[in-house]
Design a protein around this ligand. Sequence first.
Ligand code: NCD
Length: 339
Amino acid sequence: MRHLLSAGDLSLAETTGILDLAEQMSLVQARPVKKLPALRGRTVVNLFFEDSTRTRSSFEIAGKWLSADVINISAKGSSVSKGESLRDTVLTVAAMGVDALVIRHHASGAPWQVTQWIDAQVLNAGDGTHEHPTQALLDAFTLRRHFRRTAPGQIDFAGRTVAVVGDVTHSRVARSNVLLLQTLGARVVLVAPPTLMPSGVDSWPVETSHDLDAVLPEVDAVMMLRVQRERMSGGYFPTPREYTVGYGLTRTRLGLLRPDAAICHPGPMNRGLEISADAADSGRSRILDQVAAGVSVRMAVLYQLLGGEDDTPAGGSADARPRTEGRREAPAPDPRGQR
Ligand code: NCD
């Protein structure tokens, strides 16, 4: 793997290799001394042009626990706020000799563009409404653990139904999850109001519905999406109250979910809008497991991109062969969702 730009670039073997390696990395999280020497002498720059709590800090923790030198640059407080272009910013950072650039940018396709300008390895930490591949990997990690715990002995994703609910139009999390869950063999149902269902969704490998109450009883997991008001220019729904009535995971709707179904949300949550406190804090909520998984998965990804092949924490090596065929394009973001 040279870069990680799209969840669709990962083969099944690469995906399970990362998830297995992340399981090993998660052992570090439970240790009193959280440090592996694997990336000593390597430099990782987190370059964030959009706000972030979970993604940026978990990339930072992941790099540090692997002994890499990690530097954070955010648009606010850097020369970007003085008008420096993306190209000049990344050329400047690259000229200092960094090994990997973790980038979040409001323009879909920005991380790919950056790979054309510099030699460092590039990891997409969220580009506009396009993709967020490490989020999909951490969601898959969380769900795989959940499925293994609730139904041991069954195949992890085959025959599983995952509903992705809410503001699909503006969601890079949804796009990356659709691609990765397809690779893993799960059935995906997108549930959204017609105004928040992307226009080209017919060509995606998913089923769609506008009826959350009908879908919830069938699912093994439900992923609630944040309503991304910062990406909305017009009226996508009449009132927040109407959105919640139609598409929120309310206390009443919790009763429609199977007892072993997992509730996920990438965060940050709009409590009371797309998810109720009852759902977010229920025993079925895997939301904090997702946060913890973010560190393990990002350690695995940084290790696979920057590390050697043979010195994983347990001494094994994961399949990191690049995929040579069947590369897929991410479902295209709806132009209405572009900023
Ligand atoms: C997501 C993002 O930024 O794309 N959050 C995250 O990375 N944990 C989802 C969101 O902002 O709604």
